[in-house]
Design a protein around this ligand. Structure first.
Ligand SMILES: [Zn+2]
Length: 63
């Protein structure tokens, strides 16, 4: 079974495609990308600076 892995450029591309505005209020979202070196994955979290809602959390496996 092949694991779903991405290199850093692919991860950057996927982040670029992510919507950058809050779906509720339209304000800019703040993105946090935390790399978990133990699990070897990137956690992406989008948070609206205006209403504080956390939009999405995505996980990417690192090679
Ligand atoms: Zn908002």
């Amino acid at each position: 079974m092949q694991a779903f892995t991405l290199d850093k450029e692919q991860i950057k591309d996927m982040f670029m495609e992510t919507e950058k505005c809050c779906s509720l209020c339209g304000s800019d979202l703040k993105f946090d990308h935390n790399i978990d070196h133990i699990k070897k994955e990137v956690v992406e979290e989008a948070k609206c600076t205006a209403c504080g809602i956390r939009n999405k959390k995505r996980y990417f496996a690192l090679q």
